[in-house]
Design a protein around this ligand. Sequence first.
Ligand SMILES: O=C(CO)[C@H](O)[C@H](O)COP(=O)(O)O
Length: 226
Amino acid sequence: MLSQQELKQSVAAAAVEYVLPLLGADVVLGVGTGSTADLFIDALAPHRGRFKGAVASSERSAARLAGHGIEVFDLNEVRGMPVYVDGADEIDAGLNMIKGGGGALTREKIVASVAERFVCIVDESKLVEQLGAFPLPVEVIPMARASVARRLEGMGGRPQLRSGFVTDNGCQILDVSGLRIAAPAAMEAELNNVPGVVTCGLFALAGADVALLATQQSVRELRRPS
Ligand SMILES: O=C(CO)[C@H](O)[C@H](O)COP(=O)(O)O
């Protein structure tokens, strides 16, 4: 029986195999945040000479990439990326996701939006029938924390401030439990439209294109239904 850590290692290795054919001297990769993304960075490191560098979705990942000698680019210096690789807290069969457990949701959404393809790397514990058991992270401008929390309560959620945590953008996170997420894209649009919300951790309007899912038997590849 493989542990969750071993499953994360196997999906990180599979993600490196996935990106290898896309590498080239001019190629910049988009790299996500979290323990699975960390393992991806570690597994990518031996191939550092085969691509130009990476854009990271957090200061944490930027430091890890740089520690491996992979050049880290500011997104403003980069015109495009063939692929963005990142983990998720939950993913459904439509490849809609909840992300932001590590608090990097806004930069993750920005970097992913610039990449041609989002490859989500998860172990099988993250695959769910309906999103929402994992509390939904919502990044908020600090002055709007209370007003946004009231709006979230009005939607049936129970927001909790992630205490002592400040995002790389200088903002705060409300972790919202109790939401019924039957229509993820509609809820993402509604939440992102609340004044004071920087972004919510639903990735459904633009979900993953491909999911690599580590199971006890193998790493399965799932594609976003068209
Ligand atoms: O969205 C994220 C960070 O903001 C991560 O991708 C998500 O929390 C999954 O993390 P892990 O790979 O550690 O389980």
